[in-house]
Design a protein around this ligand. Structure first.
Ligand SMILES: O=P(O)(O)OC[C@H]1O[C@@H](O)[C@H](O)[C@@H](O)[C@@H]1O
Length: 299
């Protein structure tokens, strides 16, 4: 075992509950086990990869061919988009969805909570100073148990106002996306990113039968993914998030992207992302914090 992993286990491991290990070529992941669930987190990107509540099929989708490598994003799980979502507002050469998901994060705290859940906290360790020349780091807190809670915090420690965009780009598992329904967005305006850019209004619940890539604006209510095939619903509660992105690449993009595991890999997933994107980006005054919080539960 490498000295780095031994140190992490010494400082932050908890016997029977939190174990740091090498997932290959020095890529460090954390295995979480408690009486409610199993989960896995990549330390790079503070990227939750799996969350399997006991007695449930996996809730979070992970590509069977996802690559775990330094500086590469992982297809599946909960990528953190920060400090912007999608394309950068003015610099097209900057990475889509920001740099947070592909850089090193530090583990700063862990705990076995009294209620049986497991807590892990991270702080971004490698801010791209050229792309984010502010004293405004990010932290991520995860509480992993019968429900999964995640909170992404941006602290403006500098002396000028900053603008931040963010998203928890969560890939959810569904038995068949074409037979699932997404509730909670009826009546919301959205930016449609498929075809010529357009602003539309959602009528009724969402069903997916072709590529979907939408930013729902001014949206704060719970969103529920109903999956009759698995006889379950996944509830997404959130605070500090005014946008929701719904994304499924459908067949052509899935084949083109090539990292979904199979040509029909897109059928088993849907991204419902709690975000602050497009016109919902957050202006943060000096000394202020912005907290994007979500809780996922299975009903
Ligand atoms: O391939 P990436 O960078 O992880 O992005 C995947 C998708 O992420 C979604 O959030 C975007 O709305 C899509 O446009 C994008 O294709």
């Amino acid at each position: 075992m490498s000295a780095k992993i031994s140190k992490l286990n010494h400082n932050f491991g908890i016997a029977g509950q939190i174990l740091f290990r090498d997932a290959g070529d020095g890529f460090i992941v954390i295995d979480i086990k408690n009486s409610f669930c199993n989960a896995t987190i990549a330390v790079q990107g503070a990227h939750l990869m799996t969350w399997n509540p006991k007695g449930q099929k996996p809730v979070i989708w992970m590509s069977p061919v996802a690559k775990l490598a330094p500086g590469k994003s992982i297809r599946g799980g909960v990528p953190i988009c920060w400090p912007w979502f999608g394309a950068h507002a003015s610099e097209p050469s900057y990475s889509g969805h920001g740099f947070a998901r592909t850089v090193a994060w530090d583990v700063i705290d862990t705990a076995a909570l009294d209620n049986g859940s497991t807590f892990v906290a991270f702080r971004i360790a490698e801010v791209n100073k050229e792309q984010w020349p502010y004293n405004a780091p990010a932290e991520m807190y995860m509480t992993i148990g019968a429900t999964l809670e995640m909170e992404l915090v941006t602290d403006n420690l500098g002396s000028r106002e900053i603008t931040v965009g963010d998203a928890l780009h969560t890939y959810f598992c569904v038995s068949d996306v074409s037979k699932s329904t997404i509730r909670g967005l009826d009546g919301c305006d959205y930016l449609d990113k498929v075809g010529p850019a357009a602003r539309r209004t959602q009528q009724g619940d969402i069903t997916i039968g072709s590529e979907v890539d939408r930013i729902y604006l001014d949206q704060g209510q719970d969103v529920v993914i109903e999956d009759p095939g698995l006889k379950r619903a996944i509830r997404i509660e959130k605070r500090g998030s005014n946008s929701t992105i719904v994304w499924n690449p459908w067949i052509e993009k899935c084949i083109k992207m090539g990292d979904f595991g199979s040509d029909d890999g897109y059928l088993g997933m849907v991204c419902v992302e709690s975000a602050n994107a497009a016109e919902d980006v957050v202006k943060l005054a000096p000394g202020d914090s912005h907290r994007l919080w979500v809780r996922y539960s299975v009903e």
